[in-house]
Design a protein around this ligand. Sequence first.
Ligand SMILES: [Zn+2]
Length: 175
Amino acid sequence: MHGNGLPHRVDIARLGEGEHSWAGALAGCPLPRMDALDARVGDVSATLTLTIDRGRPRLQGNCSAVVTLVCERCLAPVALDTAGAFDLVVVDRIEEADGYGADQPVVVAPKGQLDIAALIEDELILALPVIPTHDDADCDGGQRQFGPAGEAAPARDNPFQALESLKRDDSGEVH
Ligand SMILES: [Zn+2]
């Protein structure tokens, strides 16, 4: 284990062959893409294992945080437990990813500089729901939308029925 907490950045060239692990909180670093989503991110914790085998680095780990977004049904804040897990081959340039096939996810570390903070931010964003909402029971918007069955729309009078009875009154001859 390396020191306390997570590094924001790792220089792979300075690490030797073998396994390197970190665990802890990612503190005090900006998360600009989360900001762009208007997401409020609580404490981010992660565990990382970087394995360098004959010069080829591979990064495995997981991360979690409580991310607060706006519920799309009721527009109130919704706090989401968000967690991601990853197993990535570390490449110097994106072109090198071709050599690993489409099924192998990679992370690019230009000149051996692995941006841990950006990687974890990516993984958390990938783990967010496409449409953030509260659970039905906790959501005002959900209650309004689905309401009790007796108040459903079909209870309204059919305007064409009213028209039909008017016609009958006019003619006076309809049975
Ligand atoms: Zn809601």
